[in-house]
Design a protein around this ligand. Structure first.
Ligand code: GLV
Ligand code: MN
Ligand code: MN
Length: 423
């Protein structure tokens, strides 16, 4: 049975629209990890999975798992192919970042099941809940639990309202004591594949709907606190001030300078807090975040050292104190070459030209790569815009992505069958 790409695209769009209704704020999309809106989206996805013929469970961190046994009753597959993405969002998000990958997995498996395809592996469609890190100062905790790498120290981290991750898990009806049971065993897992919007302009520039991800950047997130002395804006002479904000501004310029000095590196200061933050008070303390990314691990480490040295130098010269605290660190990963080849062939099966590109955004695939071979399929998004309500992927492109995942699964199964026959 040949997939109807147009119909699949229309259904993907409808399901994404349905999920976009689950927001904490009217008029803009805000769906945070373990929030009531996460609960609604998870329940909705579970319903869609059941309708597609999957059996549904939910783990201790709220990841929804839709299981399809893959084979007929005669054979029991030993391994499971994982297809997933996330349901949480940034603040004032677009609709496609995350949900597209979940929806694509459901639609692909539904097609395979209805077509009566028999696979030498089972499939789990996973709907993670913490890819963005928008609620707690941690990220990828749900996929970390699935690979057995959940850091229990994160249970004590608090959100903006002072609710700890542990309290939020309990309020969601889960038991943090069960998190260890979320982990798949490496021997049970075939591979992980994720469909995601590109969130950048490369595919649009190439005039192609689909891209095969070569690798995902390594990432460091830091909190920087600069302490000086608050004082009266009218009475303290300029040469006697210890202005934390003036020092922080120089440090922020260093962040930009250091990133520009390394090819392919990006760095962002996305949040700055000035204390006390009054028009007539010399800032006594400033806290800012820094997000630094590169495919080159050595360059990322060198940049972190360069920033620490520059920040200390600025602080010394201005009699300030600077404290740099890393709060998220993940290494760059290469997507599995064999899966990349299969994805590229699957895209070509649709008479499309696969574009090979690296991901500058973090993804659950990056965490899953520590468990099993992992790969990603990118979908063109209009203007390369993401983390923005203007984010848009066309039904035609989303339908092509579902079609490519169907072909990917069929090709992966055929390659396995050939390998088994020759062994
Ligand atoms: C996730 O969207 C990220 O920050 O890369
Ligand atoms: Mn995402
Ligand atoms: Mn995102």
């Amino acid at each position: 049975m040949k997939p109807d790409i147009v119909a699949l695209g229309a259904r993907a769009e409808k399901m994404i629209e349905e999920l976009a209704r689950f927001s904490a704020q009217p008029g803009r999309l805000v769906r945070l990890f373990l929030s009531p809106q996460h609960r609604q989206a998870a329940d909705h996805v579970a319903g869609r999975m059941r309708a597609a013929g999957l059996s549904v469970s939910e783990d201790a961190l709220g990841t929804v798992r839709g299981h399809w046994p893959g084979a007929g009753r005669a054979r029991k597959p030993v391994k499971t192919l994982l297809i997933g993405s996330h349901l949480d969002s940034v603040i004032d998000a677009g609709k496609y970042d995350g949900p597209l990958g979940v929806v694509a997995g459901i639609l692909a498996v539904e097609h395979l099941a209805r077509a009566g395809v028999e696979l030498p592996f089972a499939i789990d469609v996973l709907a993670f809940g913490d890819e963005e890190g928008s609620r707690f100062p941690a990220t990828l905790s749900t996929s970390a639990a699935c690979v057995g790498a959940f850091d229990r120290a994160t249970l004590g981290l608090a959100d903006a309202d002072g609710v700890t991750l542990e309290q939020a898990i309990r309020a969601y009806g889960k038991d943090p004591g069960d998190i260890a049971h979320c982990a798949y065993k490496a021997a049970e897992v075939e591979a992980y594949v994720e469909v995601h919007i590109e969130q950048g302009p490369v595919l649009e520039g190439e005039n192609q709907p689909l891209g095969v991800v070569t690798g995902i950047v390594g990432q460091s997130r830091l909190r920087v606190a600069v302490t000086g002395e608050a004082g009266h804006a009218g009475t303290v002479p300029m040469n006697m001030r210890r202005d934390a904000l003036a020092g922080a501004a120089l440090m922020i310029c260093e962040v930009e300078r250091i990133a520009k000095a390394h090819a392919g590196m990006v760095a962002t200061v996305g949040h700055v807090e000035v204390i006390p933050g009054a028009v007539n008070v010399i800032p006594g303390r400033v806290q800012f975040t820094m997000d630094l990314r590169s495919m080159d691990e050595r360059a990322r480490e060198a940049a972190l050292r360069a920033f620490a040295a520059a920040a200390q130098g600025i602080a010394r010269a201005r009699k300030l104190q600077v404290d740099v605290e890393p709060f998220h660190e993940i290494a760059a990963v290469d997507c599995a070459p064999a899966l990349r080849r299969t994805l590229a062939l699957a895209v070509e099966d649709l008479a499309l030209r696969p574009i090979h590109l690296a991901s500058g955004a973090g993804h659950d695939a990056q965490m899953m790569a520590s468990l099993c071979p992992s790969a990603m399929l990118f979908v063109r998004c209009r203007g390369g815009i993401s983390h923005n309500p203007a984010e848009y992927a066309s039904p035609a492109d989303m339908g092509a992505a579902v079609g490519a995942i169907i072909r990917f699964v069929e090709r992966h199964a055929a390659a396995q069958g050939a390998a088994m026959a020759s062994s």
